[in-house]
Design a binder for this molecule. Sequence first.
Ligand code: AMP
Length: 403
Amino acid sequence: MTANPTRVLVLNSGSSSVKYQLLDMADGARLAVGLVERIGEETSRLAHTPLATGGAKRETEAPIADHEAALRAVARELAEDGLGLDSPELAAIGHRVVHGGLKFTEPTVITEEVVAEIERLVPVAPLHNPANITGIRTAQGLRPDLPQVAVFDTAFHTTMPESAARYAIDVETADAHRIRRYGFHGTSHAYVSRETAKLLGKDPSEVNVIVLHLGNGASASAVRGGRCVDTSMGLTPLEGLVMGTRSGDIDPAVILHLSRNAGMSTDEIDSLLNKKSGLIGLCGDNDMREIRRRIDAGDERAALAFDIYVHRLKKYIGAYYAVLGKVDAIAFTAGVGENAAPVREAAVAGLAELGLAVDADLNAVRGDEPRLISPASARVAVAVVPTDEELEIATQTYALVSA
Ligand code: AMP
């Protein structure tokens, strides 16, 4: 019916969840968004918002056994609004794949070899890649005729020089186990660095940007002329900034100490560093809104957690300033970066010598559009640039299949 299908379904499959968006790349419109949670449990939940029809959010709670059942449920919801997966207007399905190793530097049309390589990377992404593969297999089962594209979280970071990507450990051991710094949130860093250049009225090749993706997971990147030259996450998303529940940088000897002297198992240490550290480990809360509320009420533990979070952030701004030599802009993005004015203010406080400052009034403005929060006179632009990983995945997917 349709000569040139323009719709892309974006799937982000986690171990027990599937997030999805249906976009029309003719105009970038979002037609439907939704989330299936607690797959495999009795209390699975599906929330679907049919934006195309302007309909209200529909929520259902009923057991959903596995990813296939989840995608079938999503397909039923979409069909209800005339947007079914069988539509000839669907051009492709774009999958967020967390770990692409060194091999995948670009979005890639999924073949059996591609799935096999994603599978080979499971040892370095044990939580994420298996779920991504399940999502791919399920989508292939539902629409075997449709191109499926993998968009990798690591791809944007594959331009990092060896000096930034290698850990200073024995090279043979590192290579035998694929140990190196891969970086994550690449889709967001790519999108936000490009949008920041646009905000400055320049081509990405003309600007150096430090991107601070501060969500529940958090990472920083140094982007020179549109190419990533360093990023704070490493072999796994555990390295770098203080996050909602992850420690970020830590002396590796802490792990040895916990193992030898606290009798903790590898799994217990894994859980400590990934789930019970960061803001939640420091003060019992990982939501910046709640932390700010506690600080305003005089809570010292929350204040210390905030200070530790900001101190680390500032260290990375300084480090990436030095890596880049010249910085045109710092861009804040994701849940905390887009919404928490006090974090942005504290992160650049005292850095006037580096040309960095925020204007209190501009910083207080809320909005969905990219915006500058630095004074007009500032040497370095400070920006708030909302991220849109789904749009970026859809854009990359569509570019590949419509080429
Ligand atoms: P993300 O992972 O990008 O969805 O970010 C989620 C985090 O953003 C939450 O855990 C909160 O810490 C933070 N966040 C969301 N909204 C706000 C807000 N209005 N003010 C401060 N922090 C926020």
